[in-house]
Every structure is written in C-alpha cells, then in structure tokens.
Ligand binder design. Structure first.
Ligand code: NDP
Ligand code: GDR
Length: 326
C-alpha cells in the first residue's frame, strides 16, 4: 500500500485527490490547520478514511512532524492562499503561505524523507500578462498579482530542489479548474450559486467585476489525475494542464443563466469592488506535453461543467431551504 500526504486536503483539489488516491488503495494523510470554525464540507464523505495531521504551512516544525509521522511515498503540496483577489490586500500573508511555505514543505521532505516524490501546485497565473499564446511549459512568466509572484517563487524553488538535491519534485502548471466544491468567491461558483438563488427567488442581482477576461476552465476531478500521473513517471518534470479552450466571463454568465431559462443581462451589475488592480486578460493552455508523456485526457467539457455546478447549487440550496422550514 502506498502512502500519500496531502496539504490543503480540505480544499477543492485536496478533496478530489484524496478520493482518487483512496480509491487506488493509498493510505492518505491529510494536513489540516487549526481554524476557529472547522470546515470539512468537501471531505465530509471521506473524513473517516483520512489520517488527520495537525499542521500549518508556515510552521516548519509541524511539517517536519507530519512527514516523520506519515513517512509518505508521495507528497502533494496543494495548500496555499489561493484567491488571487485577496493577494493585493494581503500580500505578505500570501507570500508566506503561497511562496515561502513551499520551501518549508520541501525542507521537511529533504530533512525527513528525501526519496519522497513531491508535487507542487503551480498555476497558470504565473504566465500573467500575455507574452505568448497558447501558453506552454516554455512560455516566459510575467505574473500580474502578488499571488502570481508567490506561485512563481514556489515553482522555481521546486525546480531548484530537484536540481540541487536530486529530489523527485514536479511542478504542475494548472489552468483554472472548477467543480461544485469550488470556493464560493471564485467566479464560476459565485455565478452558479447566484443563478440557483435567483432561480429560487432568494436573490435578485449579481455584482461582478471584469466580464471580458478569458479563462481556460476545466473540471477539478480531471485535473487531480494529472497530479498523480506526474508522480508515476520515471523522471520528475513540469507539465501544463489545461483544456486548450477559453471563454470570457460573459460566456460563463450566458451558459449558467440560460441553463435555468434566465437572461444574465437582467441581473448582472458591474461593481468596481470586483475589478482587480491588474488583470490577467487571457489564459489559454497548450497541454500537448501532458497528453503525450502522461497520457492525460480530460473528460468534462466547459458547458457540462457549468451545468454540473448549477445543478449542485440548486440541489444544495433547495435542501437548505427545506431544512430551514422544518
Ligand atoms: P482551495 O483554496 O480550495 O484550498 C486551499 C487549501 O489550503 C485549503 O484546504 C486550506 O485550508 C489550505 N491552507 C491554506 N493556508 C494554509 C496554511 N497556512 N496551512 C495549512 N493549510 C492551508 O484551493 P484549490 O483546491 O482550488 O487549489 C489547490 C492548490 O492549487 C492551491 O495551491 C492553488 O493555489 C493551486 N491552483 C489552483 C487552481 C484552480 O483553478 N483551482 C489552478 C492552479 C493552481 P482551510 O480550509 O483551512 O482554508
Ligand atoms: P483566477 O480565478 O483569478 O483566475 O484564479 P477567479 O475565478 O477568481 O477569477 C477569474 C476571472 O474572473 C474575473 N471576474 C471575477 N472574479 C471573481 N472572483 N469575482 C467576480 O465577481 C469577478 N468578476 C469578474 C476575474 O477578474 C478573473 O479575470 C484561479 C484560482 O483558483 C487560482 O488559485 C489559480 O491559480 C488560478 O485560477 C489559475
């Protein structure tokens, strides 16, 4: 039986990855930090199958202890301050949690169990300003937010530990991926939650930022398979994971609202509070390398993904409504 340690296991990707690895027969350790109000929503259904470890990415001692206890074959470093918009008001916390914390995790592995295979959750936000399109592994980086800058540090320190210490360290440059478990402030989930509330008569407007930005949106369930595939290769390497298709935020609104028979123009209000100080106008990934070397394929397309998310939000809100009447 293989053993994996996942940081960020309570998040969107962590929950899908834990499910995937448990199904493969892995023993899964999940690192969680202490929070005033614990949130297990994404992992409720597998909570008893995960071995829980207490730790924080910014606390090296806790990470060393986590690696010592779990003795993992594979570490998936998914934890981070992951919301781009929050990285301007909290640039230093983002630097600690999204950049320096990667060195903490790599150090914990190097000190305690250097033969562990290591996956770093890098991001298409590192490409930022358009230099080349579609973006691939060799495209130069030009991050446009404190989050993007922090992820770039995480990416390069992973490459550096691979080259300095001969560690099996991989960096997955993942483009946006979504699901019903996506955090509520991210644009897809914000839209699908609002569509469900508007349809059910619980909300009558949706305040949005820039509707023209273009994103390459895939399904998180497909993307966690790529993470695992990277760690099953003979040699460590970095891979872009994407759909190769992009859509505007406006198209996202059209697909989500029209699915329940509504017109988004009747509800959407532009609010400057959601417009960012610097925007990434366009993200479009070329994942030919992952397809060829990993044999990775995506299964869920854009429309299907958004419909899946609207369905899940309708179901959840209806259930909440029902239980509040009892
Ligand atoms: P989420 O925001 O859903 O999950 C982040 C996780 O990190 C949560 O479990 C959170 O715990 C945990 N975490 C945050 N800070 C700390 C800390 N200091 N110590 C321990 N745990 C911490 O992100 P996603 O699942 O969407 O993304 C996973 C990773 O992939 C992130 O690193 C993200 O930046 C990156 N990424 C995501 C993409 C996407 O489109 N989803 C694309 C490219 C990269 P808590 O519940 O306590 O907050
Ligand atoms: P992103 O995702 O910044 O690409 O980062 P997000 O869903 O937050 O934004 C996507 C695009 O939508 C525009 N937008 C809005 N965004 C939000 N959140 N709320 C709004 O009201 C709104 N209106 C318009 C944004 O300006 C942006 O252009 C995600 C995260 O998961 C990162 O962790 C990850 O690294 C990258 O994807 C790849």
């Amino acid at each position: 039986m293989k053993t994996a340690l996942i940081t960020g296991v309570t998040g969107q990707d962590g929950s899908y990855l834990a499910e995937f690895l448990l199904d493969k027969g892995y023993k899964v350790y999940g690192l969680r930090r202490r929070t005033s109000t614990p949130n297990y929503e994404n992992v409720q259904h597998i909570k008893d199958r995960i071995e829980w470890l207490s730790g924080d990415l910014t606390d090296l001692a806790s990470l060393i202890e986590a690696v010592r206890t779990s003795q993992p074959d594979e570490v998936y470093n998914l934890a981070a301050q992951s919301y781009v918009a929050a990285s301007w008001p909290q640039p230093l916390a983002t630097g600690q949690m999204t950049a320096l914390s990667v060195t903490n995790m790599l150090e914990a592995v190097r000190i305690m169990k250097p033969d562990t295979k290591f996956y770093q959750a890098s991001s298409s936000e590192m490409f930022g300003k358009v230099v080349e399109t579609p973006q691939k592994e060799t495209t130069p980086f030009y991050p446009r937010s404190p989050y993007g800058v922090a992820k770039l540090y995480g990416h390069w320190i992973t490459v550096n530990y691979r080259e300095s210490f001969n560690m099996f360290a991989c960096s997955g440059i993942l483009f946006n991926h979504e699901s019903p478990r996506r955090g509520i402030e991210f644009v897809t989930r914000k839209v699908t939650d609002a569509v469900a509330r508007i349809k059910l008569g619980l909300q009558n407007e949706l305040r949005m930022g820039n509707l023209d930005s273009l994103r390459d949106w895939g399904f998180a369930g497909d993307y966690v398979k790529a993470m695992w595939l990277m760690l099953q290769q003979e040699e460590p390497d970095d891979f872009v994971i994407s759909t190769g298709e992009m859509h505007t935020v406006k198209e996202l609104l059209e697909v989500a609202f029209s699915y329940v028979g509504l017109n988004y123009e009747d509800y959407v209000v532009i609010d400057q509070a959601f417009v960012r100080p610097a925007e990434v106008d366009l993200l479009l990934g070329d994942c030919t390398k992952a397809k060829e070397k990993l044999g990775w394929e995506l299964e869920v397309g854009f429309k299907e993904l958004i419909h899946m998310m609207v369905d899940a939000d309708l179901k959840r809100i209806l259930a909440e409504k029902k239980s509040s009447f009892i």
